[in-house]
Design a protein around this ligand. Structure first.
Ligand code: NAD
Ligand code: TYD
Length: 352
C-alpha cells in the first residue's frame, strides 16, 4: 500500500479520492488536521476498508515508523504542509515547523524503514515530495516560464520553507540513496479547495454578496492547474518518474488575477444571476497589496510531457466552470468549512 500525508487537505484529499477511484491499492492517510484538514472531504470513504486514516503529524516519528513497518508500505507521497502565503506572512513559525522540520523528520523515518527493506522492495520504493513553483521566485512579463533548471529564489516565508524542504529531499537522495521524486506545480484549483485561497474565496464571497478582494492592481499572473490534472501527474511521476529527478507540473493557463475573478463573475451571472440583476463584478474591491507579492508564475511542463507523456486534460475555461458548479452543488461542505476559525482568519485578513 501507499502512505499519503496531508490527505485531508485540498490536493491530498482529491488525490486519495482519485487514487481509490482508479485502483484497489489501499492508502494510509496521515494528517494532523490543522485548520486546512477536513475529514468531510473524505466522507465517501468512511466505510471503505482501503482507506486508513491516522490523525498524526509528519513529525511524529514513532507513529509513522510503526505504520510503515506494519503495512509494508511501498511508497510515500508527501502533501502535508502549511500552504497559504498570506498566513506565512502573519505567522511564519508553523511553516518552518511543518514544512522544514516536519519534512526532515518524515524523510529520516522513511530512510530508516527503506534501509531495512529487502533488495527488491528497496529498489521499488519511492518517496514523492509535492512542492510548488513558488520556490523559483517571480517572473517578469517577458521571462520564459520556470523550467526544472531554474535557480531557487523563494520570496515568501511559505516558498522559502518549501524550498528548504525540497533541498532536504534532494540531500536524502544524494547522501543516503533514498529513491525520491519531486514535483513542483503551479496554482491548483477545483473541488474541496479551502476558501482562504483566491478562487474559492471569490466564488463564495460573490454568492454571499460580499466584496471580492483584489490585491494591488490585480495584474499578478498565476498558471492555473485543475486539481484532478495535478493528481494524474503525480500518479504518472510515481509510476514512471526517474529517481532523483524533479518534474514541473503546470496547466498552460496563465491568467491575471483580475481576469480570473471576472471569469468567475461571468459564469455566476450566467448560471446563478443575482436577485437584483446586477453583475457580480460590481462586488470587486481593490484592497492593499500583499507584501512581497510575486508578480508572475508560469510553468514549463514540457519535461513531464516529453519523458512521461503527461498533459493536462482541462483548460482553464472548462475547469473553472466545473469548479463554480461544484461549489454551488456542495453547500454542506462549504457550510462546515466556513465556520469557526475560518471566520477569525477572514476578519483578521480583510477586516470585519
Ligand atoms: P492544504 O493547506 O489544503 O492542506 C494541507 C494538509 O496538510 C491539511 O490537511 C493539513 O491538516 C495537513 N497538515 C498540515 N500540517 C501537517 C503536519 N505537520 N502533519 C500532517 N499533516 C499536516 O494544502 P494543499 O493546497 O492541498 O497543498 C498540498 C501540497 O501541495 C503542499 O505541500 C503545498 O505546498 C503543495 N502545493 C499546493 C499548491 C496549491 O495551489 N494549493 C500549489 C503548489 C504546491
Ligand atoms: P492564492 O490563492 O493565495 O495563491 P498564491 O498566493 O499561492 O499564488 O492567491 C492567488 C493570487 O490571488 C495571488 O496573486 C494573490 C491574489 N489574491 C487576491 O488578489 N485576493 C485575495 O483575497 C487572495 C486570497 C489572493
Amino acid at each position: 500500500m501507499i502512505l499519503v500525508t496531508g490527505g485531508a487537505g485540498f490536493i491530498g484529499g482529491n488525490f486519495v479520492l482519485d487514487w481509490l477511484a482508479q485502483s484497489d491499492e489501499p492508502v494510509i492517510n496521515v494528517d494532523k488536521l490543522t485548520y486546512a484538514g477536513n475529514l468531510d472531504t473524505l466522507a465517501s470513504l468512511k466505510d471503505d476498508p482501503r482507506h486508513l486514516f491516522v490523525h498524526a503529524g509528519i513529525g511524529d516519528r514513532e507513529v509513522i515508523g510503526k505504520l510503515l513497518a506494519e503495512h509494508d508500505v511501498r511508497a510515500v507521497v508527501n502533501f502535508a504542509a502549511e500552504s497559504h502565503v498570506d498566513r506565512s506572512i502573519t505567522g511564519p513559525g508553523e511553516f518552518i515547523q511543518t514544512n522544514v522540520v516536519g519534512t526532515f523528520n518524515l524523510l529520516d523515518v522513511v530512510r530508516h524503514y527503506w534501509g531495512d527493506l529487502p533488495a527488491d522492495k528497496k529498489a521499488a520504493f519511492r518517496f514523492l515530495h509535492v512542492s510548488t513553483d513558488e520556490v523559483y521566485g517571480t517572473l517578469s512579463a517577458t521571462d520564459a516560464p520556470f523550467a526544472e533548471t531554474n535557480r531557487y529564489e523563494p520570496n515568501s516565508p511559505y516558498s522559502a520553507s518549501k524550498a528548504a524542504s525540497d533541498h532536504l529531499v534532494r540531500a536524502w537522495h544524494h547522501t543516503y540513496g533514498l529513491p525520491v521524486l519531486t514535483t513542483n506545480c503551479s496554482n491548483n484549483y477545483g473541488p474541496y479547495h479551502f476558501p482562504e485561497k483566491l478562487i474559492p474565496l471569490v466564488i463564495l464571497n460573490a454568492l454571499a454578496g460580499k466584496p471580492l478582494p483584489i490585491y494591488g492592481d490585480g495584474q499578478q499572473i498565476r498558471d492555473w492547474l485543475y486539481v484532478k490534472d495535478h493528481c494524474s501527474a503525480i500518479r504518472r511521476v510515481l509510476a514512471d518518474g526517474k529517481v532523483g529527478e524533479t518534474y514541473n507540473v503546470g496547466g498552460w493557463n496563465e491568467k491575471a488575477n483580475l481576469d480570473v475573478v471576472n471569469t468567475i463573475c461571468g459564469i455566476l451571472d450566467d448560471i446563478k444571476p443575482r436577485a437584483d440583476g446586477a453583475a457580480y463584478a460590481s462586488q470587486i474591491t481593490y484592497v492593499q497589496d500583499r507584501p512581497g507579492h510575486d508578480r508572475r508564475y508560469a510553468i514549463d511542463a514540457r519535461k513531464l510531457e516529453r519523458e512521461l507523456g503527461w498533459k493536462p486534460a482541462e483548460t482553464f475555461e472548462t475547469g473553472i466552470r466545473k469548479t463554480v458548479q461544484w461549489y454551488l452543488d456542495n453547500e454542506q461542505w462549504v457550510g462546515n468549512v466556513t465556520s469557526g476559525s475560518y471566520r477569525e482568519w477572514i476578519n483578521q485578513q480583510y477586516g470585519a
